[in-house]
Design a protein around this ligand. Structure first.
Ligand code: CFM
Length: 543
């Protein structure tokens, strides 16, 4: 690719690089991996293989089901004691490793800095660990007197058959507090995505709606799939507050179990990370009639669009005026910075391989800087996150998906919001879109390359081929990529920076990109393997 920076109108077809990436794999593996690599056409979105098991031996960046349940969904909730039932490693390595921040009020509970584990030993594996789990719950209760405790199953728990749910029931009776367990053994699904679903089910059945609904503001919303990484939720809370929108509960950044209990009092659910939280949004609509909309607060333009979407829903002149005032003021600050940095960044190329939603959302920030996303993919998303929700009925249900309970939700006649159902209908007639997500592909350029569950080998080949100016991924990829002379921006942890959401977040991101991409240090990187030969192995079999 020689002319890659000449204001790309149309990207070249990526068939050659796909061929190169799969050529070193055994035939069967090559066939499977090729299905996860597609050349994009936003008008006619191709089918991509996703949410299937990773081929053993391939270095994937995925996490486990326990990580998705405990770390992602429940982890950021500060007023619940999350006990890991398992060997100490699972608890230790999920302890404060995700930058979900929280701000507890004075005297309010905050258990996030602690690590609770049953520390299973050999004898618990042989004779069962339920007694030790009960002991751990009693001990935690005695020390902290929490109102809620949850239990997370790790792999051995499922293998030996400990029943965390019956322990939860028994201990709930004994202690008189909320206790619930999750069957989120690491191996249960193909990735952390299964853990999201399991956590959604558990939170919905055990917590949502356990308190009476309440009215504290004129415009009540929940923000779903926002985990306050690097303080993102703080920036959004600032905007909602100024607009006069009451944020009842965030699932689950800077949030509490107590707030989930009355989350059914919302008039509208905003879904930020579709992958991890669409289940609760759907179930709340079924049970309580609360509609949901997909929004995105990454990118200044997207933030403005999302705020306007909320105002449009409530259709209140004063609210609209306040939102417009905020957008005008904030956008002028954003534009000033973008004008400053854009000339240094325009025309550069980015690649994003992150999680289940950020590889899409962050493309908006790059667009605002004039940076083209030449290739992107998720680690564990499903086809709908790539191709749009319209493909959901055609997604093949395999054994791994069947492994996760699809809970039956019935309508709560007492609290069902007929008024919201009517409101939804009227707005839909005017063209307002509910529960709509058209996925990553519809917003990417034609011929950009989309790859699911990318491996280390494939990342290296991509970098050699496209020579991007920035690669977005996580800590597992960071140093391998940087040794190739390409800056890597961590989009999971934000490299200790952020917030990147909202207007202030956009400004932070612009400035970070300017600093990161315009330093000359990357040209000076001289990886040792450039000079030393690759180690190649061979094997002879004498029969
Ligand atoms: Fe949703 Fe997330 Fe993401 Fe995710 Fe994650 Fe994360 Fe992520 Mo890391 S919930 S899918 S499981 S937006 S921890 S806050 S950054 S992989 S893209």
């Amino acid at each position: 690719m020689t002319d890659k920076k000449k204001n790309i109108k149309e990207l070249p077809d990526s068939a050659a690089i796909i061929e190169e990436m799969v050529s070193k794999y055994p035939k069967k593996v090559a066939k499977k991996r090729a299905k996860a690599m597609v050349t994009n056409d936003p008008e006619n979105k191709p089918e991509i293989q996703s949410n299937v098991r990773t081929v053993p031996g391939i270095i994937t960046q995925r996490g486990c089901t326990y990580a998705g349940c405990k770390g992602v969904i429940l982890g950021p909730t500060r007023d619940v004691i999350n006990i890991t039932h398992g060997p100490i490693g699972c608890g230790f390595y999920s302890w404060l490793t995700r930058r979900n921040q929280t701000k507890a009020g004075k005297g309010e509970e905050n258990y996030i800095p602690y690590c609770f584990s049953t520390d299973m030993q050999d004898e618990n594996i042989v004779f069962g660990g339920e007694a030790k789990l009960k002991q751990a719950i009693r001990e935690a209760y005695e020390i902290f007197k929490p109102h809620s405790i949850s239990i997370f199953s790790t792999c051995p728990v499922g293998l030996i058959g400990d029943d965390v749910h019956s322990v939860a029931r028994e201990m709930k009776k004994e202690l008189g507090i909320t206790i619930f367990g999750f069957s989120c053994e690491g191996y249960r699904g193909v990735s952390q995505s299964a853990g999201h679903h399991i956590a959604n089910n558990g939170v919905f059945t055990n917590v949502v709606g356990t308190e009476k609904p309440k009215r504290v503001g004129k415009f009540q919303i929940n923000l779903m799939g926002e985990y306050n990484i690097g303080g993102d939720a703080f920036e959004l809370e600032r905007l909602f507050e100024e607009a006069g929108i009451t944020l009842l509960s965030t699932f689950s950044g800077n949030s509490t179990i107590k707030s989930y209990a009355y989350a059914q009092s919302a008039d509208l659910n905003l879904v930020m990370c579709h992958r991890s939280i669409n289940y609760i949004a759907e179930m709340m609509e079924e049970k309580y009639g609360i509609p949901w909309v997909k929004i995105n607060f990454i990118g200044a333009e997207s933030t403005a669009k999302s705020l306007r979407k909320v105002a449009e829903f409530f259709d209140d002149a004063e609210l609209t005026e306040r939102v417009e005032k905020i957008v005008k003021r904030e956008m002028s600050k954003v534009k000033k910075v973008s004008k400053e940095v854009r000339p240094d960044l325009e025309g550069k190329l980015a690649m994003l391989f992150v999680g289940g939603s950020r590889a899409h959302h962050y493309q908006d920030l790059f667009k605002e800087l004039g940076i083209t996303t030449i290739s992107a993919g998720y680690e564990f998303a499903h086809r709908d996150d790539y191709e749009g929700r319209e493909v959901i009925p055609n997604i093949k249900v395999d054994a791994d998906t069947r492994n996760i309970e699809d809970i039956e939700v019935t309508r709560d006649d007492e609290n069902f919001r007929e008024d919201l159902v009517k409101k939804k209908q009227i707005l839909e007639e005017k063209g307002y879109k509910f529960k709509e997500y058209s996925g990553m592909m519809s917003e990417m350029d034609k011929n950009s390359l989309v790859i699911d569950d990318i491996s280390h080998w494939e990342s290296e080949k991509l970098i050699e081929y496209f020579k991007p100016d920035v690669f977005c991924a996580g800590i597992k990829e960071k140093y391998a990529v940087q040794k190739m002379g390409v800056p890597l921006k961590q989009l999971h942890s934000y490299d200790y920076g952020g917030p990147y959401a909202g207007f202030e977040g956009a400004i932070n991101f612009y400035r970070d990109m300017e600093r990161m991409l315009n330093t000359r240090i990357w040209k000076m990187v001289d990886a040792p393997w450039k000079a030393e030969p690759e180690i190649v192995g061979s094997m002879n079999i004498n029969i």
